[in-house]
Ligand binder design. Structure first.
Ligand SMILES: *[C@@H]1O[C@H](CO)[C@@H](O)[C@H](O)[C@H]1NC(C)=O
Ligand SMILES: *[C@@H]1O[C@H](CO)[C@@H](O)[C@H](O)[C@H]1NC(C)=O
Ligand SMILES: *[C@@H]1O[C@H](CO)[C@@H](O)[C@H](O)[C@H]1NC(C)=O
Ligand SMILES: *[C@@H]1O[C@H](CO)[C@@H](O)[C@H](O)[C@H]1NC(C)=O
Length: 443
């Protein structure tokens, strides 16, 4: 029999060994946690959607998706020939997956069994935010794989075995870009990509997007965020609070599913005033805040290609802008834009066409500067440059929807845990662009 002192010694030696072993002898199949994951985000020229590719299923295959920062969850097309996987698991009624998806429904399907069509499974609403349509889809899990990152390059592939998503059908995807098989939702929900990856891998519940007119990048988890040539963009972000709109903004409303009773899944910030050419333009303060119905305020969208403004804000900005460069002759507007110039008469600067800056003064007294590259869009073979804002009418749900063109070459960090939004302002001023992530894998 072992004496108690020698067994204590043995325990000590053993625990010493245990505490050393993880760093010296890493167990295969149990690699260290990644600090962040990375995705390439490509702009589709014909739809102006921002697309990313994840790997899913067994065997793993690439799945192209439209990125929606305010989207509820991941949904992919599970149509008959689309979805083949040996690890697809439908969420059985009452399972933890159904609870996570906040689905109380329990359905049967007559056309199966197959992915998207099984008996006694829960389902929820799959939103096509591009088309503003919705559909009921089976809740399920499958393997998902993304590349980790140290902030500078992609690293090893990280697999998440039972990643929650919903099945949609492609007839719903009519307005999605060519080749897109669903939507990757990054919104303020428990089922969005950032939330599920944080839950599965322990990465921070935050993400950053850096949209480009070609190939941009998204990071999920902690920084640094580094772009060539060695610019650590995460070092100099400016922060403003992220706001929660207490009233849902989802469309369509489907009575049986209570998503429309939740707070909005989208990310809002507080614009307090707007300046054009350094002068404050007259804008109704009421439109900049949420009213009791959740109307008003400012949100960030990757689904709207251009910023959409309440008519009165659109008119105020346009009027001040036109006045500031009244000497430059205007040309016929190219719809949907209302203010256009001959491109060559504006001249060009490092920050795009030489036009007066538009400033969004945000909560915390920080300013989001919009220079020519983000305020103007070149059309007609670059002969024409138009003010890249769209009139959203007199009764839009949200007064300011900051869209893709205004976000390009500006790294925007959604720190959900810290409840703040960080932005870099145009990277063109720092000699880099969102197209400058080094996608060469470094393991
Ligand atoms: C669901 O159950 C019914 C019988 O209740 C059966 O006819 C049908 O084939 C089942 N569907 C699937 C997908 O298993
Ligand atoms: C731009 O192109 C469209 C169609 O090609 C044409 O109708 C329009 O007149 C052009 N606009 C300008 C200002 O050149
Ligand atoms: C906000 O910032 C500007 C310049 O950065 C400064 O002039 C102004 O006094 C500040 N306002 C407040 C309320 O802090
Ligand atoms: C991109 O990263 C790879 C791997 O670390 C490196 O070899 C290469 O030099 C980098 N490219 C540039 C342009 O720095």
């Amino acid at each position: 029999m072992m004496s108690s002192s020698s067994s204590i010694l043995l325990c000590l030696v053993f625990s010493l060994f245990l505490s050393i072993s993880p760093s010296t002898a890493r167990t295969p199949g149990k690699p260290s946690r990644p600090q962040a994951l990375v995705l390439a985000v490509t702009k589709d020229p014909s739809t102006s959607q921002y697309l990313t590719t994840i790997r899913q299923r067994t065997p793993l295959r690439p799945v192209k998706l439209t990125v929606d920062v305010g989207g509820k969850a991941l949904w992919v097309a599970c149509d008959r020939s689309e979805y083949i996987s040996s690890t697809y698991k439908p969420a059985l009624c009452g399972s933890p997956q159904c609870r996570l998806a906040k689905s109380k429904s329990c359905d049967d399907c007559w056309d199966g069994p197959r992915p998207g069509c099984n008996n006694e499974t829960c389902s929820n609403v799959v939103y096509n935010t591009v088309e503003k349509s919705g559909q009921i889809g089976e809740v399920a899990t499958d393997v998902l794989a993304l590349q980790s990152t140290d902030g500078s390059n992609p690293g090893r592939l990280v697999r998440v075995p039972n990643f929650l998503f919903s099945c949609g059908s492609l007839f719903l995807g009519e307005k999605l870009a060519n080749g897109a098989k669903g939507i990757a939702g990054f919104g303020r929900t428990e089922t969005s990509l950032p939330s599920l990856l944080s839950r599965a891998l322990g990465v921070r519940k935050k993400f950053a997007i850096c949209l480009s007119s070609s190939v941009g990048v998204a990071f999920l988890g902690d920084g640094p965020y580094v772009l060539l040539p060695s610019v650590t963009v995460s070092d100099r972000l400016i922060y403003t609070p992220l706001l929660t709109n207490p009233v849902s903004t989802v469309r369509p409303i489907i009575e049986k599913f209570p998503d429309y009773t939740w707070p909005s899944m989208e990310y809002f910030i507080g614009v307090e005033s707007i300046k054009v050419n350094t002068k404050t333009v007259p804008v109704s303060q009421a439109l900049l805040k949420f009213n009791a119905k959740g109307n008003g305020g400012t949100k960030i969208s990757t689904v709207e290609p251009y910023t959409v403004l309440h008519t009165s804000i659109y008119n105020a900005i346009t009027k001040a802008f036109v006045k500031a460069i009244s000497k430059v002759p205007r040309v016929n507007p190219v719809p949907p834009f209302g203010t256009c110039y001959k491109a060559s008469s504006l001249g060009s600067t490092r920050l795009g066409p030489g036009v007066p800056a538009i400033e969004l003064v945000l909560q915390n007294n920080v300013t989001w500067m919009i220079f020519g590259a983000n305020s103007m869009v070149y059309l007609n073979n670059s002969e024409v440059a138009c003010l890249a804002f769209v009139d959203g009418g007199k009764k839009p749900r949200t007064s300011i929807v900051l869209g893709g063109h205004q976000l390009q070459d500006n790294l925007v960090e959604f720190d959900v845990e810290g409840s703040r939004l960080g932005f870099s302002s145009t990277l063109l001023g720092r000699q880099t662009t969102c197209g400058n992530f080094n996608f060469t894998t470094k393991v």
